[in-house]
Every structure is written in C-alpha cells, then in structure tokens.
Write a protein that binds this ligand. Structure first.
Ligand SMILES: NC(=O)c1ccc[n+]([C@@H]2O[C@H](COP(=O)([O-])OP(=O)(O)OC[C@H]3O[C@@H](n4cnc5c(N)ncnc54)[C@H](OP(=O)(O)O)[C@@H]3O)[C@@H](O)[C@H]2O)c1
Length: 280
C-alpha cells in the first residue's frame, strides 16, 4: 500500500494529508460503537489526523474521538474547533478545557476558530496564545476564513502564528482556487479541505463516475485523489462505514493522469473570477 502523502505545517511539523472527519458523529447513541471502530480503523490505516469540534453532536463527537484515541494519543494529530461565540479571552480557554476533558487528553495539536464571529480576532488570538503558552494547544488556526479575513488576522501582531485555514473544498466547489488558495500558498500556509465528497453529493455526478471507471477507482476515491495530488492540502473525509474508511485510504493509490485531470476540469471547471467563500 503506497504511503499516505504528507503535508508540512508552517512550524515544520509533518502531518498526513489524509485524515478523518467526525461531523455528525455522536448524534445517535446506538451508532457510537460503529463510529469509534471506524476512527480506530482509520488510525490503524495511517490516517492519524482527526478533525472534530465542540459543535459536533454538542460535544459528543469529541467523546467518540476520546474513546477511539484512548491508549494511543501519541499516534494522533488531534484537531478541534471552538465556536465563535466561545472565542473570547476567557471563554476560549474554558471551551478548550471542556474539549480536552471530552477528548480525554491534556493537549490539542491544533485548535481552530470554527468561523469568524463578532468577538474581535485580537481577543481570540490572545486566548489561543495563552493556551499555547499553557501547553493546552500546540498551535492554532482558523476555519471558513476568506482571503480578506485571513489578511486581517495575519496583520495582527501574533496573527503570523496561524497554522492553517480549514474551508469547504471539493471538485464541485473550487472558488478558493481564484484568490484564497494562492494567498495561502504564497505564505506557505497549508489548507484543510472539508466536506471533500460534498457530503456524498459529488458521488452522484456522472462525469466523476466516468473518470472513476477509466482509472479503475470509485467516484469517492477520484474526488479524494484529486485533492490529495495538491501536496499542501489536508483532506478530511468523514466515514463511519468500515468499507468507506478502507476505500478512502486506498484513494492514495489512485493516480490521475493528464487525461483524467482534463476530464475533471471540463466537468468541474475552476473559477473564472473572484468567488465568495462557500461554507456549510
Ligand atoms: N470547518 C467546518 O466548518 C466544517 C464543515 C463541515 C465539515 N467539516 C469537517 O470535514 C469533515 C468531512 O466533511 P463532511 O462530513 O461534511 O462530508 P464528507 O466527508 O464530504 O462526506 C461524508 C459522507 O460521505 C460518505 N462517504 C465517506 N467515504 C465514502 C466512500 N469512500 N464512498 C462513499 N461514501 C463515502 C459518508 O458515509 P458514512 O459515514 O456512512 O461512511 C458520509 O455520508 C467533517 O466530518 C468535519 O470533520 C468541517
């Protein structure tokens, strides 16, 4: 099995470019065992970056993650997110401590502001820096920030410590290629692509199925391989079905040649001009 591609964060830390999403996990008590097993399977397959948030399942997704990483915390690069309304100087610290408790750990590898809210960015950055000094988080970043928001953040004295921006990015949603992705690339800031399968909606597209048939892969694998070929993009599909977890890992085996890439560009064109950031 070919290795999972790796991406470097601005501080030089190397993470797997294919990780595990957790949205919707923890929402149904009877699914908990399946979800814990799916995450553990993903870790066994080397997808050791886990993305979660205090929002998911109202904290219960973090509890599912806590069960999946129990006894193997050191293998994992753990990402969680704070609600904008909890991102104040003191409230972010309290929210982080609640997340750590649910996750059963004493530190997050990466803590993200889930989206920009009304609390001044400087206040959130001050809280993140405090958490970093206290060893509760190793680094921080943001999510759902368009280029203007990111520029405002990076202009703050400690804004340069922002490690990443997690945004909606998949074949059917390529607007970030116009300005945001080049802006981040120019600053060597990797991007995290969420909903890489458009929550499953992409898999219904005939053009994707046609390319998949040509390259001998599934539609989901082509959608993931298309993102993974960009070495500064971390891709975090969510899968609770064990067959999906295995298939997603095998997306690293899929090579898209020039003809496949051209067919994908024709069916899912890149932006022709400035496009506002899409978000879920
Ligand atoms: N920062 C943000 O605002 C934000 C927003 C949305 C998402 N996210 C993060 O990004 C992660 C991924 O996004 P997402 O959960 O919205 O959607 P997604 O990963 O695009 O799609 C998940 C759906 O695809 C299915 N699936 C997964 N692998 C498959 C495969 N190989 N073949 C067929 N179907 C497959 C899953 O089914 P099963 O579960 O049944 O396997 C699930 O229904 C989230 O879980 C979350 O961690 C962040």
């Amino acid at each position: 099995m070919p290795p999972i591609p790796r991406t470097s964060l601005p501080d030089g830390t190397v993470v797997p470019a294919l990780g595990l999403g957790t949205a919707m996990m923890g929402e149904q008590r009877q699914r908990a065992g399946v979800e814990v097993a799916a995450l553990a399977q993903g870790l066994d397959l080397g997808m050791t970056l886990i993305d979660t948030a205090e929002m998911y399942g109202d904290g219960r997704a973090e509890e599912i993650v806590g069960q999946a990483i129990a006894g193997r915390r050191r293998e994992v690069f753990l990402v969680s997110k704070v609600y904008p309304h909890n991102a104040g100087r003191r409230s972010a610290i309290a929210a982080c401590e609640r997340s750590l408790k649910r996750l059963g750990t004493d530190r997050l590898d990466l803590y993200l502001l889930h989206w920009r809210g009304s609390i001044p960015l400087a206040e959130t950055v001050a809280a993140f820096e405090q958490l970093r000094r206290d060893g509760k988080i190793v680094r921080w970043g943001v999510s759902n920030f368009d280029a203007g928001d990111l520029a405002a953040l990076c202009a703050l004295p400690e804004g340069r410590h922002c490690a990443t921006n997690q945004v909606l990015y998949h074949l059917g949603e390529r607007g970030i290629e116009w300005a945001l992705l080049p802006w981040m690339r120019a600053r060597r800031m990797p991007l995290m692509a969420y909903s890489p399968l458009a929550q499953g909606a992409l898999l219904q597209r005939k053009a994707l199925a046609a390319v998949a048939a040509r390259v001998g892969a599934t539609a989901a694998q082509v959608a993931l391989a298309w993102l993974l070929r960009q070495r500064d993009v971390v891709v975090i599909p969510k899968a609770a079905d064990p067959a999906h977890v295995a298939a997603n890992r095998a997306a690293c085996d899929v090579t898209l040649d020039a003809a496949a890439l051209a067919a994908l560009d024709a069916a899912f064109p890149p932006p022709a001009g400035p496009t506002a950031l899409a978000m879920l």
